[in-house]
Design a protein around this ligand. Structure first.
Ligand code: NAD
Length: 321
């Protein structure tokens, strides 16, 4: 396993991180033993970065991850979130953020998390996020309950603006740098680099789209993007290439992020994803993929409150998962 440093934090993250959204049944019902097996297989192979949220499975992911990490807490860099609790339930008040970490620590069976994130900030009141949630998170950092703090969400310009304004330790972005899309490189990476803010790149499979099973029902991408992804999956199949391996390798090759965070549901998926480290990308296959992607280049979807839209950005209106 290869490790990279997250911004100025000094945290060393495995370049492939373990996303625990599937542990909360976000991608279909998962047997607890499969999820636990996935966590243990990941640790055995040197994956040390684990990300969860009270939102995933409405606390189920944290509960399961906490149980799976029992006796192994010191081997991992543990990340959880606050502010998002259900599809439409957000609370970025100082009091909720402060209570939230204690609830998470109890479920995760630990006395601190290494990384603590304000989850999907585009759904909150921007000024409340900046003036209440983040100062409350800094106070928690001072108590040692959270070692470093960050923000996550979909709209890149909002993440860039808030991160720069508040001098975040790190930002978690998803569905903005992978085989389907690259605009992270234009809209957030330069700001993060200039301000020494760490970057985590989540959803290398575009939230399950770049898999043989395809996008889950709830996936918010426009049909044109789903159709392009299905063509890419087919193309890979016809060339005898596993699309998930190619998609992960593509993200691992992006040097500006400390870690690529992939959701993993079973020991088999962990083993499969580790194959990306020995995989060589065929440039001809990549250029054929570019042709499929051209009509949907950097196409994303609406997420969050319209008033959080940052000038010049795609609209943020609508709801995400
Ligand atoms: P992803 O792109 O990693 O896709 C996950 C899906 O792909 C799951 O269904 C998983 O079982 C499946 N999969 C993984 N490896 C596979 C393989 N080898 N073969 C077949 N299927 C495979 O999407 P994700 O899980 O949403 O993102 C990764 C993690 O990043 C999440 O679990 C979460 O921890 C984090 N995340 C955070 C935010 C946020 O903070 N707003 C948003 C998205 C993701």
């Amino acid at each position: 396993m290869e490790y990279r440093t997250l911004g100025n934090t000094g945290l060393r993250l495995s370049v492939l991180g373990f996303g625990a959204a599937p542990l909360g049944n976000e991608y279909g019902n998962l047997a607890a033993t499969e999820g636990e097996g996935a966590v243990h297989a990941a640790i055995d192979h040197g994956i040390n970065f684990f990300d969860t949220s009270p939102y995933y499975g409405r606390t189920l992911s944290e509960e399961r991850l906490g149980a799976a990490l029992s006796g192994k807490r010191d081997k991992v860099v543990l990340c959880t979130k606050c502010g998002r609790y259900d599809k439409e339930l957000f609370d970025f008040s100082a009091s909720r953020v402060t209570a939230s970490i204690d609830e998470s620590l109890r479920r995760l069976r630990t006395d601190h998390v290494d990384m603590f994130i304000a989850h999907d900030i585009e759904f909150g009141d921007r000024e409340q996020v900046v003036n209440e949630a983040i100062p409350a998170m800094r106070k928690l950092q001072a108590t040692g309950k959270a070692r470093f703090i960050g923000i996550s969400g979909l709209p890149l310009k909002l993440l860039a603006e808030v991160a720069e304004r508040t001098q975040m330790d790190f930002v978690l972005s998803y569905c903005h740098y992978n085989l389907m899309i690259r605009d992270l490189d234009r809209l957030l990476t330069p700001v993060a680099a200039a301000n020494h803010i760490g970057l985590v790149n989540a959803s290398p499979l575009h939230m399950g789209m770049l898999t043989p099973a395809g996008a889950p029902m709830w996936h918010p991408a426009p049909p044109s993007v789903k159709e392009a992804a299905a063509k890419i999956v087919q193309l890979c199949e016809s060339r005898g290439v596993d699309v998930t391996t190619l998609a992960l390798r593509f993200c691992l090759d992006y040097p500006h992020v400390a870690s690529t965070l992939a959701g993993m549901s079973s020991p088999t998926e962990v083993e499969q994803n580790l194959k990306a480290f020995d995989f060589r990308v065929d440039p001809k296959l990549l250029s054929d993929i570019e042709i499929i992607l051209a009509p949907v280049k950097d196409r994303t979807w609406d997420s969050g409150r319209q008033q959080n839209e940052v000038t010049g950005q795609q609209s943020n209106k609508g709801v995400a998962r």
